[in-house]
Design a protein around this ligand. Structure first.
Ligand SMILES: [Mg+2]
Length: 228
């Protein structure tokens, strides 16, 4: 099923980009285009009276074909953030008075980067709740991302607009070519070196979470690496 879906996506992308597709390069007058075939297969017949879905596949259509529905993603995220929230509520505030923190990945974790892209991608609701639970319990909220420093201004703007408390933002420095895993692990260690105990690390890729330096890790979906 997955390989079939990937095949459909490849055809859809090719159609979207205007690439020649075998058997589809010559369309007789009135013939059904590849894009229409794909759309019909995935979403049912096109309603020619519906002005909101005219013409060939859009970029959003292509992305939607490759990923589970938005509703499914939210459900999958919430299943994990509910567990993380329960953990934070028992773990915080820290009984010994230690400086505590949580670490959040940004893309497709703190922000809905792939499903709701834009200059100000909205907060992922379950993850924003974790940040607020942590803040209310006296823990600091750190963002550890592989986004490059050149995006710092936009990233800060987006996180602030999304409503996040923010005590630090660790990004990929100039000329830092380490793997995402090595980069993020080093940045968690830098947070620990400042005297923090990281009680939870939340991300959507394995490379966000391996490498230690967190009491607990919580993995959101990446759907076989499709979500960065
Ligand atoms: Mg991510």
């Amino acid at each position: 099923m997955r390989s079939l879906r990937r095949g459909v996506v490849v055809v859809a992308v090719a159609a979207f980009l205007g690439t020649a597709v075998p058997g589809a390069s010559v369309a007789a007058p009135g013939a059904v285009t590849v894009a229409e075939q794909v759309r019909t297969e995935v979403a049912g017949p096109v309603d020619p009276a519906d002005p909101t879905r005219p013409g060939p596949l859009t970029a959003q259509d292509v992305q939607a074909l490759a990923l589970p529905s938005y509703q499914q993603w939210v459900a999958d995220v919430t299943a994990v953030t509910d567990q993380a929230a329960a953990f934070l509520r028992t773990r915080l505030p820290d009984a010994s008075g230690a400086r505590t923190a949580i670490v959040l990945d940004i893309d497709n974790t703190a922000l809905q980067t792939s499903y709701r892209p834009g200059l100000t991608s909205p907060a992922t609701p379950g993850v924003l709740e974790l940040a607020r639970i942590a803040e209310d319990a006296g823990a600091d909220v750190f963002f550890v991302t592989a986004r490059p420093e050149i995006l710092r201004g936009q990233t800060v703007y987006n996180l602030d607009r999304a409503g996040y408390p923010r005590d630090g933002l660790y990004m990929r420095g100039w000329f830092d070519f380490r793997s995402d895993e090595a980069l993020k692990t080093a940045n968690r260690r830098a947070i620990e070196a400042r005297g923090y105990t990281i009680v939870a690390n939340i991300g959507n890729n394995v490379h966000d979470l391996v490498g230690g330096s967190a009491e607990r890790t919580f993995k959101l979906p990446d759907y076989d690496g499709q979500l960065s």
